[in-house]
Design a protein around this ligand. Structure first.
Ligand SMILES: NC(=O)C1=CN([C@@H]2O[C@H](COP(=O)(O)OP(=O)(O)OC[C@H]3O[C@@H](n4cnc5c(N)ncnc54)[C@H](OP(=O)(O)O)[C@@H]3O)[C@@H](O)[C@H]2O)C=CC1
Ligand SMILES: O=C(O)C1=N[C@H](C(=O)O)C[C@H](O)C1
Length: 274
């Protein structure tokens, strides 16, 4: 046990698939303590999040009042908010945390590039660290790094992301980030080869401004998967990552909680703190 003070953490979205996993991971981490569990699920308000998450009582009741929880966390000093909620309110939630000096670790996806720029400016002005992490899994980061090398040699690439059918946003934040990274290597991909017609709208997937096609599959039975397919004459080079259990995201979550503390501005992507 270190003699360093524990990092106080609020989990926003604590009742969700990721939230419960994160509560368990924090409960098992000696250097981090859960101080708040926020969720909009009214049926759980007041219940012990540890009992709900399955790690035993933590004496932290679920609340739906994020602002009051941020005020409490602010008084703790050096606090972190991990957000794994929903695209609809994430921008306002991150701004609120920064305003209260509670460092956001944003797992929630769906922020637009413009929103990320605005949050970066706000965090810089407030001198509050913020991490926006579309994917906490180290395997995804390694896949993205391999894809950057491939992008130097291939002009044609498409991304296929596959998720459970309870996912609120499409394409995934991971696919968006992957495309953004590839587009830093080469300004455009997939030069047109034919006068193409979609007889079924959307059949070719969504297309980024730089020409990368992204396809989103949603099926029960899936968790989180992505393929990056590069093509050239006579060959296809495919990179794939499969998350079979959300426990794979937990080392990245805990690393982000520890790494956000000394920051005074916003970083986007787990690769920035490895
Ligand atoms: N960065 C990463 O590595 C990963 C990121 N994610 C992202 O995390 C987010 C959550 O995913 P997941 O856990 O599967 O989703 P869930 O729907 O299982 O969990 C979200 C939880 O947050 C609640 N919620 C929704 N909106 C709010 C709000 N405004 N305030 C408080 N609570 C709220 C939901 O309640 P209700 O059920 O009523 O909506 C639910 O309990 C998604 O954006 C997803 O893309 C997921 C996995 C990995
Ligand atoms: O909703 C999910 O499950 C996931 N969402 C993230 C994304 O949108 O990239 C990360 C991971 O793919 C799981």
């Amino acid at each position: 046990m270190s003699n360093q003070p524990q990092i106080p953490v609020v989990v926003n979205g604590a009742m969700g698939r990721m939230g419960r996993e994160i509560v368990n991971a924090i409960a098992a981490a000696d250097d981090i303590k859960l101080v708040g569990a926020v969720d909009r699920k009214s049926e759980a308000i007041g219940e012990d999040i540890g009992e709900i998450a399955g790690c035993g009582p933590l004496e932290i009741p679920v609340t739906d009042d994020l602002e009051a929880t941020l005020v409490m966390a602010q008084s703790e000093g050096n606090a972190v908010m991990v957000d794994v909620t929903h695209p609809a309110k994430i921008y306002e939630q991150v701004r609120a945390a920064i305003a209260y000096g509670v460092r956001p670790v944003v797992g929630t996806t769906g922020l637009s590039p413009e929103q990320i720029i605005n949050l970066a400016e706000f965090a810089e002005k407030a001198s509050v660290g913020c991490l926006i992490i579309p994917n906490f899994a180290i395997g995804v980061i390694l896949m993205q790094q391999a894809a950057l090398k491939a992008a130097e040699y291939f002009d044609h690439v498409e991304i296929i992301e596959l998720h459970h059918n309870r996912k609120a946003d499409a394409p995934s934040g991971t696919a968006v980030k992957t495309a953004q990274m590839l587009q830093e290597v080469k300004p455009s991909f997939n030069p047109p080869q034919v006068d193409e017609t979609e007889t079924l709208q959307g059949a070719r997937g969504g297309t980024t401004e730089e020409g990368i096609n992204i396809h989103s599959v949603r099926l029960p039975g899936l968790v989180a998967h992505q393929e990056i397919m590069f093509g050239a004459a006579g060959q296809v080079y495919t990179l794939r990552h499969d998350a079979m259990d959300r426990v794979c995201f937990m080392p990245g979550v805990l690393l982000s909680i520890r790494k956000v503390l000394p920051l005074k501005s916003l970083l986007y992507g787990l690769d920035k703190i490895l």
